[in-house]
Design a protein around this ligand. Structure first.
Ligand code: NOJ
Length: 562
């Protein structure tokens, strides 16, 4: 068993904050309307300028870049044609090397998205594989012939809607795709496929990347007999994928062996390279927990969806944290997130069902939750501003071709709303692109004139400034980085109150979700002498006694030495 995390054993990906950039939409460096690596390089100081008390920089520790490899962009880069090159949309390998070097100079790590459950159907491997049943790459993908009298090889569905099988005329066979028909799944049972992918892993590690986020990392392995998935009793979801138990095309035992093999490669390298994995696709929490590996030899950080799937309600959120606390194995480390590129942003998800309708208050409360629970927080670009989904993008401007293509109405809704350009300032394209002639790849959210980085920096009460201070407080405070988590309330209704504690200090986090309520703290908590680390109500550094009542929407992070 590994030692518990302490200050001296904590690794950068446990103490740090990881910021996800969707490269298409962060910053357009070459003014063609689409984000790129040059744009990111130019904005690095915004993310971390290396000054611990900076007032203009967020202070994140690592960037996770959604895919930047060569791609026809049917799924915005999650469909790759060359794993060892950069998509010209984003720049060149030289640009990438420059980004890596400049990020490292500022202490920012770079994590790449590794999309190896599938390739693009334009990848040379697939083009070759599709030609005949006996070419050298014939067995690199999952080709099957239906049994006599059957239209399809089996009942496996596509997560994006419809059957998962598409016909390839040259082979007179069907290939399986977990996602879009343009994203054929690789056959991980073929040792040649594994070798090819592991060479790609080494290619980027040799170049100096600090880790990977494995896309769809629970879907690599498939049943060698292609058995049918059982139908869920009474299931009637419009997306047929959700009506099946995914016994035979996901979460199979061999999947763990594959991840162990990838992890073993990372472990050969110096510098604590991190392996993160998207373990969700209809998987429950315990499915994710086993992705740490029996000997903590698989993922360092399985990404799980407890906050995104929870309503904005203290009891539910606390239950999710408690679940995670009790199921995370010894020596393993949790992670949390609110937003990513596949789901509506949290302020759009939560604003309607929340007890309070003040989105700034919700944003600060949600930020506090994310950055003070025990685990690595992931931020999604623009979350720090309070960006919300653009819900009125004209249909002819939608870009999420992976899910909008189906005519059946079975597909999940397009994800463009949460992918609109980063809002830097109030110039015509929000500072994402410049110039009249340029048209950003997705329309900018109309609220950009009031909600943008330039304005947020000037407003001491902005959501952005709150995030910046939270990140600083976290960096300066051991209990928040590695202390144990313990709730002070059994099942909260109006507020959360929990502590993070080490042998030498205790930090109390109180978040009021509602109007004024009695602050019934556990009797074991002393009321006197708390130092304010950050609060929406008290001045930082002030020493206070705990008040009887929390103020409306109050968020307070208080500290005391032991
Ligand atoms: C999960 C990614 O997050 C999503 O954006 C993508 O469409 C699918 N995997 C397929 O790669």
């Amino acid at each position: 068993m590994m030692k518990p995390t302490t200050e001296s054993t904590q690794r950068w990906w446990e103490s740090g904050v990881i910021y996800q950039i969707y490269p298409l939409t962060f910053a357009d460096g070459n003014q063609d309307g689409v984000g790129d690596l040059r744009g990111i390089i130019e904005r690095l100081d915004y993310l971390n300028d290396g000054q611990p008390d900076s007032e203009t920089s967020l202070g994140i520790d690592a960037i996770w870049l959604s895919p930047i490899n060569k791609s026809p962009m049917i799924d915005n880069g999650y469909d790759i044609t060359d794993y060892q090159d950069i998509c010209p949309t984003f720049g060149t390998l030289a640009d990438f090397d420059e980004l890596l070097a400049k990020a490292h100079q500022r202490g920012i790590k770079i994590i790449l998205d590794l999309v190896v459950n599938h390739t693009s159907n334009q990848h040379p491997w697939f083009l070759e594989s599709a030609q005949s049943p006996d070419n050298p790459k014939a067995n690199w993908y999952l080709w099957q012939t239906p049994f006599e009298g059957q239209a399809l090889p089996n009942n496996w569905q596509s997560y994006f809607g419809g059957t998962g099988w598409t016909y390839g005329a040259e082979r007179d066979q069907f290939y399986y795709h977990t996602f879009n028909e343009n994203q054929p799944d690789l056959n991980w049972q073929n040792p040649e496929v594994r070798t090819a992918i592991y060479n790609i892993v080494r290619f980027w590690l040799d170049r100096g990347v600090d880790g990977f986020r494995l896309d769809a990392s629970s879907a690599y392995s498939k049943d060698p007999f292609f058995r049918e998935n059982p139908l869920k009793y009474g299931a009637t979801d419009k997306n047929a994928y959700n009506n099946y138990h995914h016994l035979y095309e996901k979460n199979l035992p061999d999947n763990h062996q594959i991840i162990r093999e990838i992890r073993a490669i990372l472990d050969e390298y110096e510098g604590d390279r991190v392996l993160i994995g998207e373990t969700f696709i209809d998987s429950r929490l315990y499915d994710s927990v086993i992705f740490y590996g029996i000997n903590n030899d698989e993922l360092h950080l399985p990404i799980t969806f407890e906050f995104p799937f929870s309503p904005w309600y203290p009891g539910y959120l606390q239950r999710e944290i408690e679940n995670k606390e009790t199921t995370t194995p010894p020596g393993a480390w949790p992670s949390y997130f609110l937003d990513n590129h596949d789901i509506p942003r949290h302020l759009s998800r939560w604003i309607e069902c929340s007890l309070c309708v003040d989105s700034v208050a919700i944003a600060k409360a949600a930020a506090t939750l994310l950055l003070t629970v025990r685990g690595t927080p992931f931020l999604y670009y623009g979350q720090e501003l309070g960006m919300v989904d653009h819900t009125d993008i004209p249909e002819d401007q939608l870009q999420d071709r992976a899910v909008v293509k189906s005519e059946t109405g079975e597909t999940p809704p397009p994800r463009d709303g949460a992918r609109t350009p980063m809002q830097w300032d109030d110039s015509p394209h929000a500072g994402f692109s410049f110039g009249e002639a340029v048209k950003p790849w997705l329309p900018v959210h109309p609220n950009y004139t009031e909600m943008n980085v330039q304005q947020a920096l000037q407003d001491p009460d902005s959501i952005w400034n709150f995030y910046r201070q939270l990140l600083q407080v976290r960096k300066q405070n051991g209990a928040l980085r590695y202390g144990d988590w313990r709730s002070l309330i059994y099942y909260p209704h109006e507020h959360l109150a929990y502590v993070r504690e080490t042998a030498t200090e205790i930090v109390l986090v109180a978040i009021n979700f509602f109007y004024e309520q009695p602050f019934k703290l556990d009797a074991a908590i002393e009321r006197e002498g708390w130092t304010v680390l950050l609060s929406t109500y008290y001045e930082a550094s002030k020493v206070i006694d705990l008040a009887e009542n929390l103020q409306p929407f109050e968020v307070s992070i208080l500290q005391k030495c032991r």
